[in-house]
Design a protein. Structure first.
Length: 82
């Protein structure tokens, strides 16, 4: 899931696209990756969270609110893990 997010965000960053369905799928997969990472050991979780944070940063360049949606999901995840 994390790999998918990395590839999809990179692809979106490299080309100019306005495919809302594609962006929605990316955000949904990002959320699933966050949920899955939450169930891992702390070392593994930190590794995946670092990768997902890079996806989030790249997605801010895409526009269409994708990075903002990921910000919200990441903050929601962090509140639950406290």
């Amino acid at each position: 899931m994390v790999f998918y997010c990395e590839r999809a965000a990179g692809f979106s960053s490299d080309i100019a696209s306005d495919d809302e369905g594609y962006f929605d799928a990316l955000v949904r997969m990002f959320e699933q990756a966050l949920k899955s990472a939450n169930g891992l050991s702390p070392e593994r979780r930190d590794e995946f969270m670092t990768r997902l944070d890079r996806v989030r940063a790249i997605s801010h360049k895409v526009g269409y609110g994708v990075g903002d949606d990921m910000d919200f999901l990441l903050s929601k995840f962090r509140l639950k893990s406290l």
